[in-house]
Design a protein around this ligand. Structure first.
Ligand code: FES
Length: 497
């Protein structure tokens, strides 16, 4: 029977995004069976997929070169016991496949002998037996149908199964890979899947989920003890266990902002960077037992010096454990901004309340994505962009970062790095000059004249989900321009200051 694999696994095997595979299926260039793809069909659609292009294999080559340098080994490979268990499972499959093959060979030999006997006896059946015998002989003389390259794909798939495991979550149906010694929680968050959790260090029990099939192993200590009745049903802590084999688990995933609780956390400033004179990037660390659970694109209220508060977009990824990042614009006379630029220092206490807002990715959608960030609206877009990269399901992503002057594009290296790393990502920096925020509402036509052609240059604009973040007037003006360009209103998502 042909080997079937799901889209996520197939995309990883040939080094493309899930969105790209989805597009091929929609265009009729790739056949799928209930969302599954055969290896032969995958190879037919991607005949150029080669082992040399596989980044995971490159990584392993690197490991070999560095004589199994400890740091890289720890990051990319699971521990010895997990590797041994996966190799054992694979060996078992190999033994079973060999036994089946042997059995098939014995049956074919037996069939050949039976046919010979009928031919020797002569009579009416002999003619048919001879024909069948000739066909059987011709088939046995042929080389197996799979080409070397298709076999290489199969080898690569088996290799990936040894160094990582795939986890399917029920009832949501989402799936993710567990690499190295990551816990199941870390791997899920890194893949953009907000599994329910609390402390992330084994003390609260909120991350417990039921393992329906497959084998897990504890890789982090935990204080919380799962009640024996739940243990007997297969419950385990996602923050302290990793996957030994492919798993199916039953667990809660936050699907919308309303699924997340209000949280108040006391954190501390870890560092403050000033990429330009106009922007402060604040890095905040939460206490060891507390994490802010949020969805990419959401906001939080920061309170400094016990009384100065501001609501800001969270620029970091929800997967970044105890680290939170915020971008603050210099606004002379604004007490919060002045405090950040003039007095805030590493180690200062910060009260964080959140998460807030509904500016999150529509994860149900497989439409192309367009991000429009005005000035430090980039903070929310950065978080969404990282989420979109982790989900890997958009056919294409365009980022237009718009500022009134060059320095307003304050992290250009990051956007360019995304463009270098991702085939389906396109970055367009735009400097419009003047005070866009102030003139947007009065001179909408002028704004449309400046930005309209850049938007029209995006081939998939009208069938894209468009996310706009930045100052309110600029965001409102942009929304009107998009509606004027026939982008459906239900595909436009906005976040404004
Ligand atoms: S998140 Fe608290 S025990 Fe896992």
């Amino acid at each position: 029977m042909a080997k079937l694999m799901n889209l996520h696994r197939a995309a990883r095997l040939v080094g493309v995004t899930r969105g790209a595979l989805q597009k091929k299926i929609q265009d009729g260039d790739l056949e799928s069976f209930d969302g599954m793809i055969t290896l032969d069909e995958l190879y037919r659609a991607y005949p150029d997929a080669s082992l040399e292009n596989n980044s995971v294999l490159e990584q392993v080559e690197q490991i070999k070169e560095m004589a199994f340098g400890r740091r890289i080994l720890e990051r990319s490979l699971p521990d010895k016991e997990v590797l041994a268990a996966r190799l054992h499972d694979l060996s078992k499959e190999l033994v079973e496949a060999k036994a089946l093959l042997n059995h098939a060979r014995i049956m074919l030999d037996g069939l050949g002998h039976e046919l010979e006997a009928i031919i020797v006896q002569g009579g009416a059946e002999a003619k048919f037996a001879q024909k069948l015998s000739n066909w059987l002989h011709a088939q046995r003389m042929q080389t197996p149908p799979a080409s070397d390259a298709a076999r290489a794909l199969l080898i690569r798939d088996n290799f990936l199964r040894v160094i990582s495991a795939q986890v399917k979550i029920l009832p949501s149906g989402e799936d993710f890979f567990v690499e190295g010694n990551d816990s199941l929680l870390e791997a899920a968050l890194r893949a953009g899947i907000p599994l329910t959790y609390g402390c992330s260090n084994g003390s609260c029990g909120k991350c417990k989920a039921r393992v329906i099939s497959g084998e897990i192993k504890q890789v982090r200590p935990h204080e919380y003890i799962i009640p024996p009745t739940l243990q007997a049903q297969g419950y385990a802590l996602m923050c302290s266990c990793t996957a030994v084999s492919d798993l199916v688990i039953e667990g809660e995933v936050a699907q919308a902002p309303s699924d997340l609780p209000d949280q108040f956390i006391g954190g501390a400033v870890r560092s403050i960077e000033h990429p330009t004179d106009e922007i402060a990037v604040i890095h905040i660390k939460t206490p060891p037992n507390e994490r802010l659970r949020f969805l990419a694109g959401q906001r939080a209220v920061l309170t400094l010096d016990r009384s100065l508060s501001a609501q800001l977009s969270i620029a970091s990824c929800p997967c970044e454990d105890r680290h939170l990042e915020f971008h603050v614009r210099r606004m002379h006379g604004n007490l919060f901004s002045d405090y950040v630029f003039d007095r805030l220092k590493p180690g200062d206490a910060v009260l964080i309340r959140g998460p807030l807002g509904h500016f999150v990715l529509n994860t149900e959608s497989q439409r192309p994505i367009v991000f429009l960030a005005f000035c430090n609206g980039f903070a929310a877009v950065k978080s969404l962009m990282e989420h979109a990269m982790a989900l890997d399901q958009a056919e294409s992503i365009h980022l237009l970062w718009i500022a009134t002057k060059e320095s307003g594009l304050y992290l250009p290296g990051l956007a360019r790095a995304w463009a270098d790393a991702l085939d389906n990502f396109h970055y367009v920096p735009i400097v419009v000059g003047g005070d866009l925020d102030a003139t947007a509402s009065r001179q909408e036509n002028a704004v449309a004249r400046t930005l309209g052609p850049k938007l029209l240059a995006i081939p998939s604009l009208t069938r894209s989900d468009v996310y706009i973040a930045g100052p309110e007037l600029a965001v409102d003006a942009m929304k009107k321009i998009l509606l004027g360009l026939a982008v459906p209103e239900n595909q436009i998502y906005v976040d404004s200051d």
